[in-house]
Ligand binder design. Structure first.
Ligand code: PMP
Length: 330
């Protein structure tokens, strides 16, 4: 069976005092979204098949027409659907490593062959699907716009270029404006990070109307629940100022964290997201030690390092104390 070799995603879910492992919004969710849920009238009917109201709110937020938007159950769902819509079993999916861990899994699930490939060889690799994550998870680094434009220029009409902008709000940069000019471009976004709605599972994808139609028909309707839709609409409309102010706080915390890490002789990578990747040779042991003092961060073995989600400063101070202690012990 094709899926037998694909591991079930199993994040550490044991309760801990401070969880800085999943890049969600440590400032919570927008009060407007919470209010929308608690005041909504629930019914026994299905939501709209393809989230028309949500698409209208996204359209006003990103400045693209409704027929350039598809929504889904988190951006996981729209990434999976896009790979299925444009890749055929046996095709290759290329990406610069390291990147979002689910990408090789979504490729394999859809019968594609995932292949780590350097940025400058993505388009010329001839692979059907090209994936770029900007800012990239887990490194936090932005893929510069001219590099994305170069990939788009080189890509043939047989190829599709997926740019994952899950963390775009923290970067203040986006290639969404290129969607209208490049038929190969597919941009995915999420409400899970800057907008604080990870638990409600809402994501969206922006592309040409032809590509959007292909994505929507690559899987079934009703991918966004009525509750999630109402919360996301509220977040995107009345909650936008809340989001911007929390993004500003996250960036402030991130910069303080980077300074503190450097003072310890560490060399965190430049981040444009709401997390920082800090190379540490014995990262797995350090993270295990931090977890024993109640602070969860995400450890990576290759390249070795810790990915630390930013949070209000007192929480990060606590995490830094746990890191110091762990480095002494690990
Ligand atoms: N893309 C990237 C780069 C991510 O880091 C994540 C979440 N970790 C996702 C997509 C998926 O997020 P969601 O399904 O919550 O939208």
């Amino acid at each position: 069976m094709r899926t037998a070799a694909i591991a079930r995603y199993s994040p550490d879910a044991t309760p801990c005092r401070i969880d800085l492992s999943d890049n969600t919004n440590a400032w919570g969710m927008p009060p407007a979204a919470r209010a929308a849920i608690t005041s909504m009238e629930l019914s026994a009917r299905y939501p709209s098949a393809y989230s028309d109201e949500l698409k209208t709110a996204i359209s006003a937020y990103v400045g693209l027409p409704i027929d350039s938007i598809a929504t889904g159950c988190g951006s996981d769902d729209v990434l999976d659907a896009a790979i299925r819509a444009f890749g055929r079993p046996g095709d290759r999916l290329v990406y610069p490593a390291p990147t979002f861990v689910m990408i090789p899994a979504f490729a394999s699930l859809n019968g594609l062959v995932p292949e780590p490939t350097p940025l400058d060889r993505l388009a010329t690799s001839g692979a059907r699907v090209i994936y770029l994550c900007s800012p990239n998870n887990p490194t936090g680094q932005l893929v510069i716009r001219s590099d994305i434009e170069a990939v788009l220029r080189q890509a043939t009409s047989e190829q599709v270029v997926i740019v994952d902008e899950a963390y775009a709000e923290f970067a203040g940069e986006s290639v969404v404006d290129l969607v209208a000019h490049h038929a190969q471009l597919v941009v995915t976004r999420t409400m899970s990070k800057a907008f604080g709605l990870a638990g409600l599972r809402v994501g969206y994808v922006l592309a040409s109307p032809e590509r959007i139609a292909a994505i929507e028909t690559s899987r079934g309707p009703y991918m966004v629940s009525a509750v999630a839709e109402q919360a996301a609409v509220a977040a995107l409309t009345i909650g936008r100022d809340w989001m911007r102010s929390r993004v500003a706080l996250a960036i402030e915390s991130r910069e303080r964290l980077v300074v503190e890490l450097r003072q310890r002789g560490l060399e965190p990578l430049d981040s444009a997201a709401n997390f920082v990747f800090v190379p540490i040779p014995n990262a797995l042991a350090v993270a295990a030690e931090m977890a024993s003092s109640g602070v969860r961060v995400r450890a990576f073995g290759d390249p070795a390092g810790l990915r630390i989600t930013v949070a209000p400063w007192p929480i990060l101070q606590d995490a830094l104390r746990a890191l110091d202690e762990a480095r002494r012990c690990a």
